[in-house]
Design a protein around this ligand. Structure first.
Ligand code: GAL
Length: 452
């Protein structure tokens, strides 16, 4: 299937997502031992091996991800602990590559896959990232049977499952669903500057608040864009805020051009936001920017709700120490950034991997992982009382808001466009040329063939 058809289909599917949604070891960079990669895959049937066999067959499992920040690592550890209970005796190789948004991990993974040296399982976003980068080239095996045997087909939203399906086969199970368009804030700093945030915030309200904060001597906006993607996300969120979800979706099916006046308006607003950011933004990672906000070094941060994991890790309390609102102008829209795991074709430890996937999709794992990660569970049958104010807010948003895909996190557009966006953002941060930014994106959309 061409990229063009892929992106249109995936976005239409996102739009039709079922509304019956959610009522929600210190990491190291580790290369797997060479022997592991050459070990032949287990001979048993792909998705029917009982979890109990996992320990007896090889006794190892290599999990590849970019979850290395404080909150991410704590949440990943909760998955490991649940797995250890459900499939005891398997040694987990925690193969992490630091770099938020997978900025460094995806390249390493590609090298391993093209070299025939896959980890057993890896973190992946549904939509184009999963289907275009891993399913199409044949790097993963379907796990469709698990959806029936584990009953996931009844408790996970069909629209999300569709994003992981090709030719009737399902290729991933979700650990959780992040909301990409959050604006987080330090409550004490806002109170001190006399800034109040209501249930929603417009772009103009954001700038009014930023001016007040600046006048009070506070840096209004925290950005940690080492690796660029966090600033690209600030732009993506602002684009959605200025265009609204319908026109935003039109960008990916070619009905709205990247040099349309509204897009230029969004680029202008994004450029203005950059005037309010911390000077050390390019030296900080996304989680260091959240830490700066927690420590009172700046007031707002536009980030997906993996930021929530950092607040929790730092012992901060919802609505006491920090608050949140949809990124300016994006109320009523939910930017999906979902995290799934796959079964590698030729997985060195196939039974242990199947047991891992079963564990990820279990209620126990979803209830342990998501409160720490910030995402809502992909399962709709979790006990909402086990989740705090933020998660309940996000679950409500998922159930009623317009669901849109993220480009920055690989779902809405092909990888080449994702890269072109990062490059255009890098140039814009310095040059601040609105027309040049719009022209680069227009050209990139044509090259990726989802625009005229
Ligand atoms: C996203 C991922 C999240 C979080 C974030 C920052 O791509 O879906 O789980 O890890 O990157 O690293």
């Amino acid at each position: 299937m061409s990229h063009k058809r892929f992106s249109i289909v995936s976005l239409v599917l996102l739009l039709t997502l079922a509304l019956a949604a959610c009522g929600q070891s210190a990491p190291t960079t580790q290369a797997p031992p060479a022997a592991q990669a050459t070990q032949p895959p287990a001979a048993s049937q792909a998705t029917t091996a009982p979890a109990g066999q996992a320990a007896s067959q090889g006794g190892k499992l290599e999990v590849f991800s970019w979850w290395t920040s404080g909150g991410e690592a704590a949440a990943l550890d909760a998955l490991f602990k649940t797995y250890a209970k459900q499939a005891p005796g398997v040694e987990i190789v925690n193969a992490t590559i630091a770099g938020g948004g997978g900025s460094a991990a995806r390249g390493v993974l590609q090298t391993r896959l093209t070299g025939g040296n896959p980890p057993d399982t890896w973190q992946v976003h549904p939509g184009l990232e999963l289907l275009g980068q891993y399913v199409e080239p044949g790097y993963v095996e379907p796990i469709t049977d698990l959806y029936q045997s584990e009953g996931w087909d009844k408790v996970m939203p069909k629209g999300l499952i569709d994003q992981m399906t090709k030719d009737g086969q399902i290729y991933s199970v979700l650990a959780g669903v992040h909301r990409g368009n959050g604006l987080w804030y330090n409550k004490q700093l806002l109170d001190k500057a006399g800034v109040t945030v209501g249930k929603t915030m417009s772009v103009d309200e954001f700038f009014a608040a930023a001016d007040k904060l600046k006048a009070a001597g506070t840096t209004p906006l925290c950005v940690g864009d080492q690796g660029v993607w966090a600033s690209a996300q600030l732009f993506e969120n602002t684009l959605l805020g200025v265009l609204g979800p319908d026109k935003y979706l039109g960008l990916w099916n070619g009905s709205v051009a990247f040099d349309a006046p509204e897009v230029k308006q969004a680029i202008t607003a994004y450029g203005k936001m950059l005037d309010y950011q911390n000077q050390d933004h390019s030296a900080l990672t996304w989680d260091q920017a959240v830490k700066k906000l927690i420590d009172g070094g700046c007031a707002f941060n536009s980030m997906g709700d993996w930021a929530y994991g950092e607040f929790v890790k730092a012992g901060k309390k919802d609505n006491v120490d920090f608050g949140w609102v949809s990124h300016p102008g994006t109320d009523g829209a939910f930017v999906i950034v979902a995290d799934g795991f796959v079964l590698a074709k030729g997985a060195p430890h196939k039974d242990a991997t199947i047991a891992w996937l079963k564990s990820i999709g279990s209620k126990e794992a979803q209830e342990a992982f998501n409160p720490l990660k910030g995402s809502i569970p992909a399962r709709t049958d979790v006990d909402r009382s086990k989740f705090g104010p933020y998660h309940n807010w996000s679950m409500d948003s998922f159930a009623k808001d317009k669901l849109v895909a993220s480009v920055v996190h690989g779902e809405a557009a092909p990888a080449e466009f994702q890269q072109a966006l990062n490059d255009a953002v890098t140039t814009f941060i310095v040059a601040k040329n609105v027309d040049a930014f719009a022209t680069s994106l227009t050209q990139a959309a044509k090259t990726a063939s989802f625009s005229k």
